[in-house]
Design a protein around this ligand. Structure first.
Ligand code: SF4
Ligand code: SF4
Length: 410
């Protein structure tokens, strides 16, 4: 992907960068700085760079722009900044003005917006994965090969059917909630969607899956396509407004962050999405008293997706929920809040840096001695599975709701 910058793409909207007092508190939380040690690869350096570009004090050379492009937009820096620099907004606005997306990249993001196309693509991928032609994968272009490495086995059509429009509560009814099926989640993680419905209904909630909903726009936002992200959020705002809901329960951290930030993108039109959306683990901690889990003697640890930890400021629910499983050993992973390197499609765009970032995290995972790792973001799950296979660790990576659904007492 090409990144461009011209003098007339000035620092409109970059006043936030001026709030940076260069204290450097954020630098030790920045994954790319921890790997490279370069000032230009940390938040302070990147803010300075964007400002200098806008003011014409710096030439937009490929090296300068590549350093900006290597940011994960994990937003760890925001959480520690004493000046409240909204780094994600600053970089998002910069990317919107400067990123040039090639034809194929634009088309691949478009596919996410059309569930029928996405389902057709999933069927093709499944055929490919089961075909003897797969032996020729070494002939694929490098980027396609990398995508192929990350893809899990695509489930058969029968296992990725849309969720029912309404699934009634089991036992005493406590309310009604909405669920987003998502794009990637609906084809590659349809089992997680079903597990979400199972847990919510057993917690006493009717589960609605409004028709007309779709991709949340998180990947578009990550890519600097803010217009595309707004369009998709608006579609969801309309779909979820069609029926009264107590909450919209989000099982993917990336999608949860997009809905959480809908107000920022859509203004008043995004109020309902922002107000009603809640991470599924948080919802079950607060409203899942009816759930009972069978004892489990395993040792698990949990990674904190940036979209949950930083973007939604949800830091405690995942471990709180796991502690409800009798006999389960829950081990905290060192640096759990550090990005794993997935970051949208960052691991495809920047495979070397993404692997270097994950390498340190794999050391942390190995130190826990856990045989199950839980993560609530689909991109992070794939990134972890790929790294764990390459490292040869014996650790299963699951979505926390799948893990809990397996232990649900009838
Ligand atoms: S912590 Fe905030 S103010 Fe300090 S260098 Fe980082 S962005 Fe600037
Ligand atoms: S968003 Fe993450 S990768 Fe980017 S500068 Fe901040 S801490 Fe570093």
């Amino acid at each position: 992907m090409e990144v461009t910058q011209s003098r007339d793409t000035q620092l409109a909207g970059m006043q936030e960068a001026l709030a940076c007092v260069h204290c450097g508190l954020c630098t030790q939380y920045c994954p790319t700085y921890l790997v490279t040690g370069r000032e230009t690869a940390n938040p302070r350096g990147r803010l300075w760079t964007m400002r200098a570009l806008g003011e014409g004090r710096l030439e937009p050379t490929p090296a300068v722009l590549a350093e900006l492009d290597s940011c994960l937009v994990c937003r760890a820096c925001e959480s520690v900044c004493p000046s409240s620099v909204q780094y994600g907004d600053v970089l998002g606005a910069f990317r919107e003005r400067t990123r040039k997306r090639g034809f194929w990249r634009r088309q691949s993001f478009k596919v996410l917006e059309h569930p029928a196309l996405l389902r057709a693509l999933a069927t093709l991928l499944r055929c490919w994965q089961r075909s003897p032609l797969r032996m020729l994968r070494s002939l694929l272009p490098q980027r396609l090969r990398r995508m192929e490495d990350y893809l899990p086995p695509v489930p058969p059509t029968t296992e990725r059917q849309p969720l029912p429009a309404l699934t009634p509560a089991v036992g005493t009814r406590r309310g009604v909630v909405g669920v987003l099926e998502g794009c990637v989640m609906s084809v590659l993680f349809a089992d997680v969607n079903r597990d979400t419905v199972l847990l919510l209904t057993h917690a006493g909630y009717d589960v609605c899956v409004p028709r007309g909903q779709g991709c949340c726009g998180a990947l578009h936002e990550h890519d600097g396509d803010l217009q595309g992200a707004r369009r998709l959020l608006q579609r969801n705002a309309t779909a979820f407004a069609a029926q009264p809901l107590d909450a919209i329960v989000m099982n993917s951290s990336g999608c949860g962050a997009a809905f959480h930030d809908a107000r920022r993108h859509l203004g008043a039109a995004g109020n309902e999405l922002s107000h009603l959306s809640v991470d599924a683990q948080r919802f079950l901690v607060d409203h899942g008293a009816a759930l009972r889990f069978r004892p489990h003697a395993g040792r698990v640890t949990s990674d904190a997706p940036c979209h949950l930890h930083y973007a939604q400021n949800e830091t405690s629910a995942p471990l709180q929920l796991l502690r409800r499983v009798p006999g389960l050993q829950v081990v905290e992973m060192p640096d759990a809040a550090l990005c794993c390197g997935a970051a949208g499609v960052y691991n495809l765009d920047h495979p070397v840096m993404a692997a270097a970032i994950l390498s340190g995290k794999l050391d942390s995972l190995a130190a826990t001695g856990a045989n199950i790792l839980l993560s609530s973001n689909p991109g992070c799950i794939l990134q972890w599975r790929n790294g764990i296979t390459e490292r040869g660790l014996n650790v299963e990576v699951l979505h926390p709701l799948t893990f809990l659904a397996r232990l649900l007492s009838a």
